[in-house]
Ligand binder design. Structure first.
Ligand SMILES: NC(=O)c1ccc[n+]([C@@H]2O[C@H](COP(=O)([O-])OP(=O)(O)OC[C@H]3O[C@@H](n4cnc5c(N)ncnc54)[C@H](O)[C@@H]3O)[C@@H](O)[C@H]2O)c1
Length: 285
């Protein structure tokens, strides 16, 4: 079954990015935020992002209007009931996500796929709170969703083969290249990436080098497009901490034990780009 109507729950960095990707791929998208003001602001933000792409000649005006017309935003979870696929992209917290999956299972039409964009949490725990565990899987987009080619499709012990095939087909319809991975914390990319990011914070904390030199070294020495501290700011330090905590809980590997500086920065509200301050300062003026 091809996905014609996509529901997204969570209007943060990832939810809004995936909404743009799917609308550009021709799908109807309903984006659910807890507050109608946030939902409306997101639709306005999408219109601005599309207008910029028109200015840069990457999109023509008619196409931009068609994409914007395919996205609606709501504060009402019931508005997702007739979606073919609902992708959850809310805060990285297992209990919050479990509660949401229970609600989605009750209100979304029978047979629809329920997926999570979680970076690290056990997908099977979301599957088993529903009465359709075989229709639940992970569909993990990367940040920023419009630019990143990869999607990890996460198969739980109870996902059906049809579910995985449909999730892959959805990712391909979005213009992405899916890989399939078993349900282990961090999947492929974050399992390999987060020890590196965590150790970069450790180097900063123990004064091995300055912020700028750590980032410059990994850009210049490994040809990475951005350094690890800038990447942490892009991902969000709260989300990064939640990812490390989930990885550590699962594997007890010291490389996943979040460095104290990261935890303190989150406690201080320095969350990276989204809060205006992280390892770098993003406030204007
Ligand atoms: N940031 C990344 O680079 C990245 C990449 C891939 C996947 N993810 C995953 O995507 C998901 C969302 O991450 P994000 O970066 O968009 O986070 P974000 O902080 O930008 O957005 C989180 C959203 O969750 C909502 N939310 C918070 N508490 C809630 C609750 N109790 N009930 C319902 N909604 C709630 C917030 O209002 C916000 O809209 C997480 O599971 C994260 O691990 C993040």
């Amino acid at each position: 079954m091809a996905v014609e109507k996509l529901g997204i729950v969570g209007s943060g960095i990832m939810g809004s990015g995936v909404a743009e990707v799917a609308a550009r791929a021709g799908m109807t998208v309903v984006l659910r935020s807890r507050k109608q003001e946030t939902a409306d602001a997101l639709v306005a933000g999408l219109a601005r992002s599309l207008a910029k792409q028109v200015e840069r000649g990457k999109l023509d005006e008619a196409e931009a209007a068609a994409v914007a017309g395919r996205v609606s935003a709501t504060a009402d979870l019931e508005a997702l009931s007739d979606c073919d696929l609902v992708l959850e992209s809310i805060v990285e917290d297992l209990e919050t996500k479990k509660q949401l999956f229970g609600e989605l299972d009750r209100l979304v039409k029978d047979g629809a796929l329920l997926a999570t964009n979680t970076s690290t949490l056990p997908v099977v725990e979301l599957a088993i709170v529903t009465d359709r565990p075989e229709r639940v899987c992970g569909i993990h987009f990367f940040n920023p969703a419009p630019a990143m080619a990869l999607v990890e499709v996460v198969r739980t012990l109870v996902s059906s083969d049809e579910t995985i095939a449909e999730a892959k087909a959805f990712a391909e319809a979005c213009g992405k290249s899916p890989v399939v991975v078993e349900d282990r914390a961090g999947f492929i990319v974050n399992g390999l990436l987060f020890p590196y990011l965590n150790n970069a914070v450790r180097m900063l904390e123990n004064r091995t080098a300055s912020r700028d030199d750590i980032d410059a070294a990994m850009k210049g020495g490994c040809n990475f497009p951005m350094g690890p501290l800038a990447l942490l700011d892009l991902v969000g330090l709260d989300t990064s901490l939640a990812i490390l905590d989930a990885l550590y809980t699962e594997f007890r590997d010291p490389n996943y034990a979040a460095v104290p500086l990261l935890r303190r920065m989150v406690a201080a509200g320095h969350l990276g780009r989204k809060s205006g301050r992280g390892f770098y300062n993003y406030t204007k003026g």
